[in-house]
Design a protein around this ligand. Structure first.
Ligand code: C2E
Ligand code: MG
Ligand code: MG
Ligand code: MG
Length: 291
């Protein structure tokens, strides 16, 4: 690639040059990744604070490339969002998630929901609701088993078109989560008109380990506002015991983060589910035996 154009490349800085090559390599192999089943779902558990119950999971994609190894989304999602491939990849991820949910049903595991990420580009895809409906139908699932995480920044610019689409998905029975809340610029007033069920607090409010009193204050304020609007609150990026207790004190409903578990392959997550079903059985038996 250097060859005769080498001197022109020298005009660019190294980072830019390698990122251009990188983008090309990714674009060249993305279709093979789909047909070769290289996109894998990793699951990260969400827990209910009040009793520590396993309450759900977030599906996070990983690209298990035969030569490059396991790639995280930061290395390919931005490009897929630019070149449009994200809609294909997400469709694949959602369908795979539904298949996993059906397997759990067959095995008699607790019927927890799984959240999938939905990109802004997906929302502009006219087939979005059909794709999602087809996926849940194919595996005989109620749409509420699938939570849709849509990042706050997706609602900026042309918000009314996005709101209509999301409202429609919600009417169909999908549960809508607003991801990364507090990272964008949506006004608090907009929250009032949004068709959402769950707020996912952006990590910056939780991870202010520098304990900025202002971040703490904003976190508490958002949680009480959410309660007031009858929205549940999930905190992501929880890494320490101290963060957990601050969230509990502030009235947060659910937590997700490295403190509990990192995203893991489905097979590993199933072990958590199996344990959970044993403990639920135990709890039920105990209640039965009580007078
Ligand atoms: P997100 O949806 O906000 O997901 C949360 C990210 O935080 C994940 O990164 C997760 O691994 C990471 N995380 C979880 N707990 C902790 C913690 O305690 N500390 C820290 N520092 N990080 C934590 P990941 O898996 O690299 O995903 C990054 C982003 O890529 C996601 O952010 C989401 O926007 C996007 N993404 C991931 N999977 C998909 C997908 O299937 N489709 C689409 N469209 N986007 C996806
Ligand atoms: Mg998310
Ligand atoms: Mg995000
Ligand atoms: Mg997030």
């Amino acid at each position: 690639i250097k060859g005769q154009y080498g001197k022109y490349y020298a005009l660019y800085d190294d980072k830019l040059r390698s990122s251009l090559l990188h983008d090309q390599a990714i674009a060249d192999s993305m279709e093979d990744a789909l047909s070769g089943d290289q996109f894998q779902i990793y699951l990260q558990p969400k827990y209910r604070i009040i009793d520590g119950a396993l309450a759900g999971a977030e599906a996070l994609v990983r690209w298990e490339h035969p030569e490059w190894g396991v790639q995280s989304p930061a290395n390919f999602i931005p490009l897929f969002e630019k070149n449009g491939f994200i809609t294909k990849m997400d469709q694949y991820v959602w369908e795979k998630t539904c298949r996993v949910l059906q397997e759990w049903e067959d095995k008699g595991y607790p019927q927890i929901p799984v959240s999938v990420n939905v990109s802004r580009a997906d929302i502009f895809n006219a087939d979005l609701s059909c794709i999602l409906q087809r996926s849940v139908k194919k595996y005989g699932l109620h749409p509420s088993r699938l939570h849709l995480e849509i990042t706050e920044s997706a609602y900026t610019e042309t918000p009314s078109q996005i709101i209509d689409t999301v409202a429609h998905l919600r009417e169909m029975g999908f549960v809508i989560e607003m991801d990364d809340f507090g990272s964008g610029y949506s006004s608090l007033n907009m929250l009032n008109n949004l068709p959402i069920d769950i707020l996912k607090l952006d990590m910056q409010f939780i991870q202010s380990e520098t304990a900025k009193p202002v971040s703490q204050g904003i976190m508490k304020f958002i949680i009480s506002l959410a309660r007031w609007m009858h929205l549940s609150v999930v905190a992501e990026g929880v890494e320490t015991k101290e963060q957990l207790s601050r969230l509990e004190e502030a009235g947060c409903d659910y937590v997700q983060g490295y403190y509990f578990a990192k995203p893991m392959p489905c097979r590993e997550f199933e072990k958590l589910l199996a344990e959970e079903s044993v403990s639920t059985l135990f709890k039920n038996k105990k209640e039965e035996s009580e007078p």
